[in-house]
Ligand binder design. Structure first.
Ligand code: NOJ
Length: 738
């Protein structure tokens, strides 16, 4: 049913409220109020940075654009370090990885859930708090810059670093990244967004050529960066290892100068990924402001840049611009006047509580036949917990996105992972995280009268090896003699581990066989998945419930138990499609082999758009997730507001008997050639008590109704989109027209 037209005054109020973010709006087209208020502070920061540059000697400037790689010698165990200029009051700037917690190699840090989990929460405030909580630890440890903020899209579902990104949709990823950035920079820590851009896989890691047409770049792969850069103004953009349409990302003038700096008015610095610079003058002139070297081949060294200035291939004005950008960000973000000193104590208990609630808000209930979940503690006398090292640890992602010195300790052994060329187990830290309350003990705590028994592989030296036939039989016997069987399966991934060969849990760990055997032995089988990627579930119809827990962080055991027993009502939704088969994914091709120089031939049909356009039914679609309650949708209204805005509003009602939160999603079908059937343009997350309903507004900006016009190189507004409101990308409950 359509609502009455709003009177003009209400429309004006709505626009103003939207600008003040009281109504969730889709990103872009609005300058946040803080940006406007900060314009004066920003101009003052520019003036101060300029005047500092005028006072710096050439050598002082050159030390500001090159960070030497010597992780062991970076103070505080960080990843990079720029020495300050004490005579001008410029402090040192020390940086550390921070995808899922501080990556300091020498100071203990909290392990937060992976950022794919943050995306699965669809909770903007949670993303902001995540950025803030990680930054609090970075700053206490002496780091003024965090290197988290990964947002390459999940084009390749097998991508080794998906866990440290934000899923497959550019709006979801971009808005969550913007929130994270704001949270980080609120703590006087400069935020990074990375890896800019076209860095969607580990194959061809050292310089594979991502071939992406301009429209696809604009509408998909650049968009999360654009949203974060424009709305949250991160201080640092890390350019990536790969090439983009033939040119290395860190010397690609189109993406750095034309798009990032000129079109988006990015005022911060562009930093190379570690070892991603490949030239001196070409990179500098294309927009690279700072090189992070890896010790072997270096290009922005004082000697080489001096030489380039002397022979005129780099101008002094450009060098000044490089230095000024860094100084500006240090001043603007508070790092100049109040540098992180380190040696501060960290409230690990508070951080642990935050990680637990983050994990709880992000878990996705994928199946719940006959209300198998939540488990009723009082009704269970024998509970089997099987596999996944649920007696000892949870899984985290590996590589620089891992916490290198976790507070809760690392599970021993490298687990037979095949590591990439450079690193190896010791440097990357074993991704199994020992937790104080592993799943088994957390379950026992919630069901004190039950006998909780573990079966599976307890081998700490090789946690990823295949289950033996004997272990599988023992697990099945235990399950047969239990009231319920909880099977935990884990899919390891990480930077420099390579991409996954398949989304299957069968090879090499034999986990599918484990589930099949347990499910055959007990009709009440609940599967908990710890992964950073989608997994295939050929056993889906044989088990009664499935929970996707992601890499849940150091409080993962308790969070999983709370969801299983209904202390927490799951409210996560998938930020990435879970396909039925590897062959159904856009990058599988004929045989699943990876392209070192990937051609993004599917164009705009990536992620859920691929499955919708090709009519392929996924196992679980993007945006999908169940709850212990259910929600009704009604009363859609689509209204045009001044300024090209569209207000999509509707009622969401909790029709069940327990409190819960729903994520209503708004999709548009844009009537323009090449556009996918539906694309996400906005959402909200609403917590509702039983019987309660809320009228939800999602304001869609003109940009969200536009396509990239390649002929004129500009965004073109397309009127007359179909509007879909749904509980997922396929569970569409209401339809209208804009
Ligand atoms: C390389 C990774 O790609 C990047 O994400 C990380 O920040 C740097 N190494 C520093 O560890």
């Amino acid at each position: 049913m359509q609502k009455k037209l709003w009177p003009a005054v209400a429309i004006a109020a709505a626009v103003s409220a939207a600008a003040h973010a009281e109504i969730p709006t889709s990103a872009l087209d609005f300058a946040p109020l803080s940006t406007v208020l900060n314009a004066f502070a920003s101009a003052a920061a520019h003036r101060r940075a300029e005047s500092l540059v005028e006072k710096m000697t050439l050598d002082e400037k050159l030390q500001f654009i090159h960070s030497q790689y010597a992780m062991s010698s970076v103070p505080g165990g960080g990843a990079g370090y720029i020495q300050g200029v004490p005579r001008l009051g410029i402090p040192d700037l020390n940086m550390a990885d921070s995808s899922t917690g501080s990556g300091s190699t020498s100071q203990p840090s909290t392990t937060f859930p992976a950022t794919i989990a943050v995306a699965a929460s669809w909770d903007r405030q949670l993303a902001s708090n995540y950025g803030k909580q990680v930054a609090i630890q970075l700053r206490a440890q002496g780091f003024g810059m965090g290197l988290g903020g990964g947002t390459n899209l999940a084009r390749e579902p097998r991508g080794g670093r998906l866990f440290e990104y934000l899923g497959e949709d550019p709006i979801l990823a971009g808005e969550m990244l913007a929130e994270r950035t704001d949270g980080t920079q609120s703590q006087k820590v400069i935020a990074t967004i990375k890896h800019y851009m076209g860095n969607e896989q580990e194959h061809g890691r050292g310089g594979g050529n991502s071939q992406i047409d301009e429209r696809t770049m604009r509408e998909l792969y650049l968009l999360p960066f654009e949203i974060a850069a424009r709305t949250a103004q991160p201080g640092n953009v890390m350019c990536s290892y790969n090439r983009v349409n033939g040119t290395y990302a860190c010397e690609n003038s189109h993406i750095l100068n034309d798009v990032l700096k000129n079109e988006w008015h990015f005022e911060g610095q562009v930093q190379s990924d570690w070892g991603a610079a490949h030239s001196t003058a070409p990179a500098i002139n294309a927009g690279l402001d700072e090189e992070e070297d890896v010790g072997s081949t270096v290009y922005l060294t004082p000697a080489l840049v001096k030489q380039a200035i002397a022979n005129g291939s780099v101008s002094t004005a450009r060098l000044n611009d490089m230095v000024e950008r860094k100084l500006y960000v240090m001043i603007r973000d508070g790092v100049m006047d109040d540098p992180a000193k380190g040696g501060k104590s960290i409230n690990f208990a508070a951080a642990n509580a935050f990680t637990q609630s983050t994990a709880e808000q992000s878990m996705v209930l994928l199946k719940n036949a006959s209300n198998q979940l939540p488990l009723a503690a009082g009704a269970l006398s024998r509970i089997a917990v099987i596999g996944g090292h649920a007696d000892a640890a949870v899984l985290t992602g590996g590589g620089s996105g891992n916490t290198r010195d976790p507070v809760t300790g690392a599970f021993s052994g490298c687990g037979g992972l095949t590591f990439g060329t450079s690193s190896g187990c010791s440097w990357w830290t074993n991704p199994w995280l020992k937790v104080e309350t592993p799943i088994v003990s957390a379950i026992q705590a919630l069901a004190p009268q039950a006998k909780v028994t573990f079966a599976g592989n307890s081998d700490q030296t090789s946690p990823f090896r295949a289950y033996t036939q004997q272990e599988i039989s023992q697990a099945a016997t235990l399950a047969a003699n239990s009231d319920v069987a909880v099977v935990v399966v884990a899919q390891p991934a990480g930077e420099d581990f390579g991409d996954l060969q398949s989304l299957s849990l069968a090879n090499p760990t034999n986990q599918d066989a484990l589930i099949e055997a347990v499910a055959a032995a007990n009709p009440h089988t609940v599967v908990v998945v710890e992964s950073g990627n989608p997994v295939l579930m050929p056993w889906k119809d044989k088990v009664s419930a499935i929970v996707e827990a992601w890499y849940p962080g150091e409080a993962g055991g308790k969070a999983i138990a709370n969801v299983l027993f209904g202390k927490v009502n799951p409210s996560g939704k998938l930020p990435v499609t879970f396909p039925a088969r590897d062959q159904d994914t856009p990058t599988w091709g004929t045989d699943g082999s990876f392209q070192t120089d990937p051609v993004y031939a599917e164009g705009l049909d990536m992620g859920y758009r691929w499955y919708d356009a090709k009519n392929i039914t996924p196992m679980f679609e993007f945006g999908y997730g169940l709850s212990y309650t259910h929600f009704g949708y009604s009363d859609l209204s689509v209204k045009r507001l001044p300024g090209g805005l569209t207000d999509v509003s509707f009622d969401v009602r909790n029709d069940g008997r327990v409190a819960g939160a729903e994520v209503p999603q708004v999709y548009l079908g844009v009537p323009y050639q090449g556009e996918p059937p539906r694309r996400l343009v906005g959402w909200d997350k609403v917590a509702l008590n039983p019987g309660q309903s809320r009228h939800v507004h999602v304001v869609v900006t003109p940009r969200m109704q536009s396509v990239w016009d390649t002929t004129h190189s500009r965004w073109q507004y397309v009127p007359g989109s179909s509007v879909y409101v749904g509980a997922s990308s396929r569970d569409i409950r209401l339809q209208g027209r804009s």
